[in-house]
Ligand binder design. Structure first.
Ligand code: PLP
Length: 388
């Protein structure tokens, strides 16, 4: 029955009024680490919370509905979601990852390569020749991350996934930057979608968490086995809070995206901004791809000030944009990715990825759009006076 619901409805209504004990409207939080067995020979479905927990299961079921997945494993962080996927690899296997993937993913892959666990090719997936050359080396897992962090580069997921599957790879998409409210990689042909739920899905900047979802039941089963084996599953309280955050995902994204559109349009006409990266602008190189595979451009953007302006002073002059890593929360944030979140990449790798030292990334929150624009304009005026 419930499968006819729109995703927004699943987010709002999943598990409401379904508590079997007291019919509590909001699903209860089960903190218990273990569950009583009826007898020594009858293992119950709920046994031990590393394996199964009602509050975590609830979040997993809701996320399955939103991504159109057969299985979901909620993990303790986005990085533990990536790490869980690496459990599928055996010595000698190869991984193909975007050259501008999330800094933490880049660091994890690289450090395992240094330990000799597997091989990795970091490739610009928009460079058809480089992508095909790396696929010819038969990777076991191909990671896709679109839009990319922090340049908002887009990859044609349908095309990249089909090509990777043709060489037998498992295709896993990091959907953190858009959430299922704007992009559903499994519907675009990926085998796996994963998240840092720390970002949009929880959306309140008070939980670190992750999730891995699979289209296929068998692959999901195998990952669930590994998650239990290595202890990567998320905590019940975190799952409870994340489901609470998920309730408002669609409403938050609608508003944050509308504000981001306004800000991006305004900044793109401003002579004090030299470059802006936002998939909702017709000038963005991935605009067409965004129209095809996303249901909206999202609420993240990055830009560079004109070179005569002091970016550090600009950031300090802002009142409403907090200087902090992370993104996707209700609060507007700004960061300098090269210094703050891509420290795990060498200067050379950053240069290859086109990640300049003065690029700023902005995550647009739920504040009133006029207040945010006024704040940006006031800070720009301040650094302009200094430069004059
Ligand atoms: C934050 C982030 C991660 C890592 O998630 P954590 O919850 O911080 O461990 C992975 N991928 C992307 C795109 C992210 O933004």
């Amino acid at each position: 029955m419930t499968t006819q619901w729109k995703p927004d409805t699943h987010a709002a209504a999943h598990g409401i009024g379904k508590d079997p004990t007291f019919r509590s409207v909001s699903p209860p939080l089960y903190l218990s680490a273990n569950y009583a067995w009826p007898s020594a020979h009858e293992k119950p479905a709920l046994d031990y919370s590393r394996t199964n927990n009602p509050s975590r299961n609830n979040l997993e079921a809701a996320l399955c509905e939103l991504e159109g997945a057969a299985r979901c494993i909620v993990t303790s962080s986005g990085m533990s979601a990536v790490n869980l996927l690496l459990c599928l690899l055996e010595p000698g296997d190869r991984v193909l990852a975007p050259h501008d993937c999330y800094g933490g993913t880049y660091r994890l892959l690289n450090s395992r390569v240094e330990q000799g666990w597997f091989e990795v090719d970091f490739v610009d997936q928009n460079d058809e020749q480089a992508y095909q050359a790396a696929l010819a080396r038969k990777p076991k897992i191909v990671f896709i991350e679109t839009p990319s962090n922090p340049l908002l580069r887009l990859v044609d997921v349908r095309k990249a996934a089909a090509e990777a599957k043709a060489v037998g790879a498992i295709v896993a998409a990091d959907n953190t930057f858009l959430s299922p409210a704007r992009q559903q990689p499994l519907n675009l042909g990926c085998d796996v979608v994963f998240h840092s739920t720390t970002k949009f899905i929880n959306g309140h900047s008070d939980v670190v968490g992750g999730a891995v979802l699979t289209a296929d039941e068998t692959l999901g089963e195998s990952l669930a086995w590994w998650a239990n084996n290595i202890g990567a599953t998320g905590a019940p309280f975190d799952s409870f809070l994340t489901l609470r955050g998920l309730r408002t995902l669609f409403a938050r994204i609608d508003r944050q995206e509308a504000t981001a559109q306004t800000i991006a349009r305004t900044l793109s006409d401003d002579p004090r901004i030299s470059r802006i990266h936002y998939p909702g602008l017709e000038t963005h190189p991935g605009y067409e791809i965004a129209q095809r595979q996303q249901s909206g451009p999202g609420s993240l953007m990055s830009f560079e000030l004109s070179p005569d302006l002091d970016v550090g002073a600009f950031i300090q002059a802002l009142e409403l944009f907090t200087l902090a890593p992370s993104l996707g929360g209700f609060e507007s944030l700004i960061c300098l990715p090269a210094a703050m979140v891509h420290g795990g990449m060498s200067a050379e790798a950053r240069a290859t990825a086109g990640l300049g030292d003065t690029l700023v990334r902005v995550s647009v929150g739920l504040e009133h759009p006029e207040d945010l624009l006024n704040d940006l304009h006031a800070a720009l005026a301040q650094v302009e006076r200094k430069a004059a």
